[in-house]
Design a protein around this ligand. Structure first.
Ligand code: NAD
Length: 436
């Protein structure tokens, strides 16, 4: 198999950064392209722009930059004449309509198109609504490159499957779906991915690959909605949904997921909408309903804060609430679509003074992150756990109580054993928890 010499990675986020580093480690010369100067500068000094715990990523990236195999640029022409170009830009939905937004995708293709060499492989790693390869990617690329897909350039859709916190491991160890509509594109893609993916590469066509990726995330969302609905019912009945889950899963072929304070991240809240977006004759019901169940969970958290405070003799208005965790996922900095945001908005609407603590996530407009845990809880009436960061599991409840004004804990992630919290003198409420 002929080695690929030069590779362009367009979009240096959670997908592009580990991909660029892993491909560079195969010996290729990699140019990463992004529109964010901060990310480009960070990579060029050997620093991963991603925060949170990503085992192996920082050291791999530093090594590849120091060996001059990986560099980043704002200018797509630096990736000119690449053998392979991987497109890893964001593919969100329009917030009001839930329709796919392909702005970044189109801009990335328009940027790299003029610099593609004949015979290059373009692989779209971004998640796409079914039909996007044919209706958006192919025409945009042909227009920008003035070349014909399938004759002059080769195009595949190989959607990424990784999860923050395990980026490198997932990138190299998970099987991949390779959507190709012609044999040369497939052959080139199998050669490319075979260099750094130590798992099966499943060949299929563009549209099937698009449906598979969005369906696997919609599947997860529906399963989470089921767990969350059982949690809401369990709360009413005064039983512990986590115990219910353990017992349900003793029955063969049941794999109930863990309920919680809400579903976040770049992918799960939007990919179900991407999947159903082309449906015209079919009226999807289950998938949008699951979305609304999951969207309700942060509102439920705010309601539990209200209930907990009432049990401690306080109103939400004027209370100080420490929100523990702003990232949507434990031990990462990734706060995209975090349920914490919705819950904070709800609490602010009710007149609470909200302090946000997170060990990794960064301050965003309207959400100032406090790093010091003690400072965050001092003088608060309630602690509400939205993210199960390790730091919260090790809390000394007695010390916590001494720092707080009132002692209320609302547990959105089953971080605490309810009876222990109550024994330590707190009012305790939680998603999926009966009252103690
Ligand atoms: N984050 C995940 O865990 C994950 C997992 C699987 C699939 N995906 C999919 O992969 C894609 C990328 O996700 P991500 O999490 O890496 O997004 P991200 O927002 O972290 O990164 C995207 C990057 O693309 C850059 N970008 C935007 N427009 C550009 C342009 N015209 N030229 C160059 N760079 C541009 C942005 O500045 C950003 O750095 C999405 O489609 C997502 O759904 C993400």
């Amino acid at each position: 198999m002929r080695a690929f010499v030069k590779v362009g990675v367009i979009g240096l986020g959670y997908v592009g950064v580990p991909l660029a580093a892993a491909v560079a480690a195969t010996g290729a010369s990699v140019v990463g392209v992004d529109i964010d100067p901060g990310k480009v500068d960070a990579i060029n000094v050997g620093q991963s722009p991603l925060r949170g715990h990503e085992p192996g990523l920082q050291s791999l990236l530093k090594e590849q930059v120091s060996k001059h195999r990986l560099r980043a640029s704002l200018d797509p022409s630096e990736a000119a004449n690449a053998d392979v170009v991987a497109v890893c830009v964001e593919t969100p939905i329009e917030p009001s309509t839930h329709d796919p937004s392909n702005k970044a995708l189109k801009a990335a293709l328009a940027g790299i198109g003029p610099h593609l060499k004949r015979g290059a492989l373009v692989t779209i790693e971004s998640t796409l609504a079914p039909g996007t390869m044919e209706s958006v990617v192919r025409p945009t690329l042909e227009r920008a490159s003035k070349m014909k897909v399938g004759r002059d350039v080769h195009l595949v859709h190989c959607p990424e499957r990784l999860t923050t916190g395990k980026l490198l491991h997932h990138l190299t160890e998970l099987p991949r779906i390779v959507g190709a509509n012609e044999p040369i594109a497939l052959r080139k893609a199998l050669a490319f991915y075979g260099r750094f993916v130590n798992a099966e590469l499943h060949a299929t066509d563009w549209t099937t690959a698009e449906v598979v990726k969005t369906a696997e995330n919609a599947y997860w969302d529906v399963q989470l909605a089921f767990a969350n609905e059982v949690a809401l019912i369990s709360e009413e009945l005064g039983v512990d949904a986590y115990r219910v889950r353990d017992l349900v899963n003793t029955c063969p072929f049941r794999m109930m997921l863990i309920p919680g304070a809400g579903v976040g991240g770049h992918c799960i809240p939007k990919d179900p909408w991407l999947l159903i977006s082309p449906a015209v004759q079919t009226k999807p019901e289950l998938i949008p309903t699951a979305r609304s169940v999951n969207d309700y969970m942060p509102k439920r958290m705010a309601r539990l804060v209200e209930e907990g405070l009432a049990a401690a003799g306080r109103k939400v208005k004027g209370s100080r609430v420490a929100v523990f965790g702003f990232a949507y996922r434990e031990n990462t900095d990734d706060a995209r679509n975090s349920p914490a945001k919705e819950m904070i908005q709800e609490l602010r609407k009710r007149g609470a003074d909200v302090v946000i603590h997170d060990p990794h996530a960064r301050t965003e407009r309207g959400y100032t992150i406090v790093r010091d845990l003690k400072a965050a809880v001092r003088g608060t009436d309630c602690v509400a756990v939205v993210t199960a960061h390790d730091a919260y599991r090790k809390l000394d409840l007695k010390a916590l109580k001494r720092t707080m004004r009132r002692a209320v804990i609302v547990d959105g992630r089953n971080v605490f054993a309810g009876p222990e919290v109550v024994k330590a003198g707190f009012v305790y409420r939680g998603i999926g928890k009966g009252q103690f």
